[in-house]
Design a protein around this ligand. Structure first.
Ligand code: ATP
Length: 516
């Protein structure tokens, strides 16, 4: 059943609340804007995504190790990283709707609209000319398309310049020239554009003084940079090598209206790959490709991923791209891959006065390595999986079901153990099986309600397998295993159940696909 995109997003949000995946934070006090809690099923799914990432990074690459750095860091860290001075977003309000926006996002949306218009012209012409249509030639010569392309190039260049120079007046002028209107009020009645720093701060110790001001980290990466030499020396690491980390990050986002897509407290899975200067572009391409393979191995549909090169490079990068995912609200950033040069280590050297160099025994020289970073939002991964897994199905008997087709190894519960009826010794037999499986697989036991209802409840949380114990089980030691997606049932000997399910649920099934 095709679901309207708008409805899909709403349905995913309400489903995830109803089935214990995600709750608004401190909901009894009406929640806290852009902060969410993961419920019993959400926490399991999240842990499984982490495991998938962590194993890929640290098990499949013998030159990558993982760390777990603190959220609080010495305040000078954020001076050195550039975040105190440059981690700003341009903020603008519409005076009529009183809504607040990021000016750069409004401009990017306007550019995307022009790109859509070009595509429409191309589609129209393709229809008109049929087989003989040469789209490349059309784009190069059609006057209307040329006009749009010119406008897009101009807007991109001005956006880059304003962002680079922190020129907020230029940003406002660009918004005016592009005739950007507020999607809510429909007017162009904007305030001036102002810079807004996204870092949260608090005080350390008992005296509230400016000197005690510390920040909640806005990215996990700096915990890796400041530990670069610790890890390199104690792990006797040789270039190229990587340090991976999963952890919380905090940003006081200006606009936070997209569920767990943009949160003020979120989790990142980041890896900094240290390389010899001059080799960074090779590794940048390497990690672009590897990370895309990691995503696609989840089988959520290859057409739902694409690269998006950055035109406005962050203050630390010499090349950067996003892996975008087709979320319910369209293609948006899921992961960033950045070539960060030696910006961070060099700056930490300067601010700390400590050498952060690598001694290359082959070349017999010391230097600051370059860094290629991969940074993926755990919550955005969660949303990508949940939104593609969510399926409303009409069944042959006319009934409907909602099923979460979560990749099997990531499902919160792997096996539901269900005695067909709550008597005749079936619950005892079912418990016996559960006690055998529970060491290896997350199981769920339930004996209440008709079996069909229980299957539906498991479909709704994405449980891939239901093991049903019936009267036949007592005579021939077999059970049925029901498959979530096909709903087919297969009779299996109890002695084979464990090995069969462990094999089907192993995360290695996905990991192996990446290497193929
Ligand atoms: P955006 O352009 O969407 O604000 P960003 O480019 O600032 O994102 P990065 O600094 O590259 O993001 O962070 C790396 C990853 O962290 C992103 O690809 C995203 O998955 C995740 N992330 C960043 N900000 C948030 C947030 N507010 N909520 C959830 N995840 C986030």
């Amino acid at each position: 059943m095709a679901i309207q995109e708008d409805n899909l997003f709403k349905n995913v949000i309400s489903h995830s609340k109803e089935y214990g995946f995600i709750f608004p934070s401190s909901e009894i006090y009406d929640g806290l804007s852009a902060v969410y809690d993961y419920g019993q099923n959400g926490a399991e799914l999240k842990n499984n995504i982490k495991e998938y990432w962590w194993k890929f990074m640290t098990l499949l690459h013998d030159n990558i190790v993982g760390i777990d750095a603190a959220i609080f860091m010495h305040p000078t860290t954020w001076k050195a990283s550039g975040h105190v001075d440059a981690f700003n977003d341009p903020m603008v309000d519409n005076k009529d709707s009183k809504k607040r926006y990021r000016a750069d996002v409004l401009v990017e949306d306007a550019i995307a609209k022009m790109e859509e218009k070009i595509q429409k012209e191309v589609d129209k012409a393709a229809k008109r000319f049929g087989d003989s249509f040469d789209s490349e030639m059309f784009i190069k010569t059609n006057p209307r398309v040329l006009e749009y392309s010119q406008k897009i190039a101009n807007a991109n260049a001005r956006l880059k310049e304003s962002m680079g120079n922190g020129d907020m007046a230029g940003m406002k002028k660009l918004m005016e020239d592009l005739e950007i209107t507020d999607p809510v009020s429909g007017t162009k009645n904007w305030t001036d554009v102002r810079q807004f720093n996204l870092m949260f701060s608090t005080e350390m110790g008992s005296i509230a003084e400016e000197a005690n001001k510390i920040y909640l980290r806005p990215e996990t990466a700096q915990g890796i940079f400041v530990n670069f030499l610790n890890v390199q020396k104690t792990g006797r690491m040789k270039l190229p090598f990587g340090i991976a980390q999963i952890g919380k990050a905090f940003r006081n986002e200006i606009v936070a209206r997209q569920f767990i897509f943009r949160m003020r407290e979120f989790e990142q899975m980041e890896m900094q790959f240290f390389v010899k200067p001059g080799e960074e572009m090779k590794w940048y391409e390497f990690w672009k490709e590897k990370r895309m393979k990691w995503h696609k191995a989840l089988d959520l549909g290859d057409e739902n991923y694409r690269y998006h090169d950055h035109l406005n490079l962050a203050h630390y990068a010499n090349a950067a791209c996003d892996i975008q995912f087709n979320f319910p609200m369209g293609f948006k950033e899921l992961e960033g891959i950045h070539s960060r040069t030696d910006f961070d280590l060099k700056s930490h050297e300067k601010y700390s006065g400590k050498k952060l160099q690598y001694f290359d025994t082959e070349d017999n020289e010391s230097y600051i390595p370059y860094v290629v970073e991969t940074s993926v939002g755990l919550d955005r991964m969660f949303l990508s999986i949940l939104s593609k897994a969510y399926t409303e199905e009409k069944l042959p008997d006319g009934s409907e079901r909602v099923v979460l087709k979560i990749p099997v190894p990531l499902a919160p519960v792997k096996v539901a153990i269900l005695p067909l009826v709550k008597k005749d010794g079936l619950p005892e037999k079912a418990m016996e099986i559960m006690n055998e499986l529970k060491y290896d697989l997350r199981c769920f036991y339930e004996e209440k309600d008709a079996i069909g209802k229980r299957y539906r409840r498991q479909d709704a949380i994405g449980t891939p397998y239901c093991v049903t114990v019936d009267h036949q089980t007592l005579t021939d030691d077999t059970v049925t295993i029901r498959d979530r997606d096909s709903m087919k049932q297969e009779r299996v000997k109890i002695s084979d159940v464990k090995s069969q399910l462990i094999a089907a649920c192993s995360i290695n099934n996905i990991l192996r696909k990446i290497e193929q």
